[in-house]
Design a protein around this ligand. Structure first.
Ligand code: SAM
Ligand code: SF4
Length: 333
């Protein structure tokens, strides 16, 4: 699938729930904390069918996300079906990590069960190592659970475990250097992400915004000039750098300040309530659940995907007109 601007679509992010056991301020604003009714959420069969069709159209990589995907009941039964689908070579999970130690069956952690389903990467959110700050940002005192989840992911043997840290001025500037050391000790790929306006405007006030360039300077003040790694890519928009004197790489995702951010976009998103979104930072979304539930054929659904790709914008609207209309937790970050 290719859009009007030459973006080749090979990556589908699939949100499987809008529910979460945390309440991150930047993702789930206070006033939007009502869950969607169960009937409005794609069933496992519907989700698998849409992923299969995307695979037939050239999607090779998917990432399961949410909300917190591991809160979905019997989620492993969904995950088990994924490796059988055509073309999928790369299956990843985005999680806050707090449920990775939960036992799916006696002796089998969620992390090990996910790995056994053929997932090759897991991205875990961790904005700070300070327990009080973690509780303030996520609304839950679950730092020990998140850290245990990271250990469980390492023990499960995923080829790639990434840590994602959302930058927020006044919340985690002091956390950056400790996070770099934490990632180095565990051989994890750490990425810093700019806050995007997908929550209430008040959370996204200019005073909270902390650009990647400043984060980079904060880290350089401790470690020296970071060495650009333009050849190193992970199928996403992060720019990677090496820490001087270490084998460690860290990434920066400058969704707001990097003006070339959208050029290499290869993504499409499927929300848990059956909307296809050609871009996270655009209002455009198309209801594929409607034709799906009205009995559309595979061919009709394939055409639906192609039409959505055709409407993919050249770049996101975050810097201009965007005002949050839908919380991140429902779109799938
Ligand atoms: N619950 C899982 C987690 O926290 O990783 C998966 C879903 S979460 C929506 C996916 C990613 O989106 C997380 O790394 C989270 O930090 C990021 N995210 C959420 N809201 C964001 C925002 N307003 N700006 C930037 N990143 C955001
Ligand atoms: Fe939940 Fe993840 Fe959103 Fe935090 S970022 S509220 S953990 S979905």
């Amino acid at each position: 699938m290719e859009d009007r601007f030459g973006h080749r679509i090979s990556y589908l992010r699939v949100s499987i729930t809008d529910r979460c056991n945390e309440r991150c301020t930047y993702c789930m604003p206070q006033e939007l904390q009502e869950w969607l009714p169960r009937h409005d959420i794609l069933t496992f069969e519907e989700t698998i069918r849409l992923i299969r069709i995307a695979g037939e159209l050239g999607v090779t990589k998917i990432r399961l996300t949410g909300g917190e995907p591991l809160t979905r009941r019997d989620v492993i039964q969904l995950f088990r079906q994924l490796p059988r689908l055509t073309n999928l070579r790369d299956i990843g999970l985005s999680t806050n990590g707090t449920l990775l130690t939960r036992e799916v069956e006696p002796g089998l952690t969620m992390a090990a069960a996910v790995r056994a389903c053929g997932f090759n990467s897991v991205n875990i959110s961790l904005d700070t190592l300070d327990r009080e700050e973690y509780a303030r940002v996520t609304g839950r005192d679950l730092l020990p659970d998140a850290l245990a989840g990271i250990d469980a992911a390492i023990a499960a043997g995923f080829p790639q475990v990434k840590i994602n840290c959302v930058l927020m001025r006044g919340h985690n500037q002091e956390a950056l250097v400790p996070l770099v050391d934490f990632a180095a000790e565990r051989n994890l790929l750490l990425r810093f992400i700019e806050l995007m306006p997908v929550s209430t405007t008040e959370v996204l006030a200019e005073s909270n915004f902390f650009p990647v360039a400043e984060a980079k300077r904060t880290i350089e003040a401790k470690f020296g000039s970071l060495l650009p790694q333009p050849e190193f890519r992970t199928n996403g928009p992060a720019s990677y750098y090496q820490i001087p004197g270490r084998a460690q790489r860290i990434g920066f995702i400058g969704a707001m300040t990097n003006l070339h951010f959208c050029e290499s976009c290869n993504k499409l998103r499927l929300t848990c309530d059956g909307k296809l979104r050609p871009c996270l930072g655009s209002y455009l979304e198309f209801d594929i659940m409607k034709p799906l539930r009205a009995g559309a054929s595979d061919e009709e659904l394939r055409q639906f995907f192609l039409d959505v790709v055709e409407r993919k914008p050249e770049q996101h609207d975050f810097r201009t007109t965007y005002q949050p209309g839908r919380k991140m937790v429902a779109i799938g970050g």
